[in-house]
Design a protein around this ligand. Sequence first.
Ligand SMILES: Cc1cc2nc3c(=O)[nH]c(=O)nc-3n(C[C@H](O)[C@H](O)[C@H](O)COP(=O)(O)OP(=O)(O)OC[C@H]3O[C@@H](n4cnc5c(N)ncnc54)[C@H](O)[C@@H]3O)c2cc1C
Length: 461
Amino acid sequence: MEPTSNPINSQHVAVIGAGAAGLITARELLREGHTVVVFEREKEVGGLWIYSPKTESDPLSLDPNRSIVHSSVYESLRTNVPRESMGVRDFPFLPRFDDISRDPRRYPRHREVLAYLQDFAREFEIEDMVRFKTEVVRVEPVDGKWSVQSKKSGDCSNDEIFDAVVVCSGHYTEPNVAHIPGINSWPGKQIHSHNYRVPGPFENEVVVVIGNFASGADISRDIAQVAKEVHIASRASESDTYKKLPVPHNNLWIHSEIDSAHEDGSIVFKNGKVVYADSIVYCTGYKYHFPFLETNGYMSIDENRIDPLYKHVFPPALAPGLSFIGLPAMGIQFVMFEIQSKWVAAVLAGRVKLPSQDKMVEDINSWYASLHALGLPKRYTHKLGKIQSEYLNWIAEECGCPLVEHWRNQQIVRGYERLVSQPETYRDEWDDNDLMEEAYEEFGRNKLISSHPSHFLEPRG
Ligand SMILES: Cc1cc2nc3c(=O)[nH]c(=O)nc-3n(C[C@H](O)[C@H](O)[C@H](O)COP(=O)(O)OP(=O)(O)OC[C@H]3O[C@@H](n4cnc5c(N)ncnc54)[C@H](O)[C@@H]3O)c2cc1C
């Protein structure tokens, strides 16, 4: 989609957050002719990808008065998606072989993602629009507009009126802690992955890691380098699961989920095994949380379902003035931000129309009914799984932008299969060179790279 030089309707828009979603949204709003203010409580762009060794005072992050550390990135983190599919479509996440401070690997370390987001902000001059160290403390509808109250560190709060607010505040900061029967009398240490940074504190310990998806798989292996034993509890595994996993120190096991915890330090798994553990690490995900949002009870969050949201973006009665970017969990996050924010920008400009409120509510209810028919609980509302590309393509068609590329979808599918089958090696050993070639050839055709595609594909020592 080309930028519209003559927008139908230019709006004054507040964007909350200067992580990947906020940066991409600010760019799309500008392209559509809107004026934009981005509020960011940190002092730089990048959101989640700004690594901090700091953690919260409460290792489970349950204390409502704790001071918040935004990032959940751990020191060893590498991306779980190949860089070709991770990057924004017209600003690909290319390896930089010319700068030794950069990590040119296909699945780079977290600092490389931050550097890419900084490059993006510079290229599209987003930083000029960002008010750093400014936290949004309240957002509410007022006479058809939106009041945004913000607080700059040390100053009093400031109230401003905007035509629209786009929420890009991230959703990997408020931990979800699984309940274990008997945990209140269990004497060991407990921490959520949000507060995990390095394995050192677990040296020589027996550790139970709950959860075996991306973070659980990584963190259990990270800790196994220094711990005596690591035991993964996996809800997705059969109840009799008990298997030793191949790691250098031969000290990692996978079990079914936990049955109970006890005063004597034991953890009993559903497979009947008993482990006397020093620590539990919860890799049990996060909760949606918008403490600044006041909608007079119109919106609610119940079991991690944000209700009501048309296509996970617009609350019908408050649309298009309020919208949310980046809520569904999927493989191609940055491209989702791009497509969703193009839609929001086009709707705000009046170039694309939303259905009536009733139709939007009907659509939401039929989505809920389809989850219910499949026996899926509310917490699955924003998990799109196999229908993610269908979802993105629906929005792309709605606002007239290109559909998601074949190679990008396939890289996500095959990358996920590798993550499950070879969690230790999936970032360094792959079998989808064909898809990589397809990606760089397309970048070449679209003039997004200045060198020949082969420059990016040749192995380097
Ligand atoms: C451990 C981990 C690994 C991941 N790995 C990958 C990966 O490999 N590839 C991938 O594509 N995705 C990955 N993700 C998903 C990741 O969340 C997205 O890639 C993306 O960076 C999220 O961007 P965001 O802008 O939505 O949120 P964030 O990056 O969290 O940014 C939100 C911003 O909003 C600001 N903010 C929040 N509240 C306020 C407020 N009230 N006022 C002002 N500012 C506020 C925050 O300071 C922050 O800067 C990973 C997630 C986690 C947790």
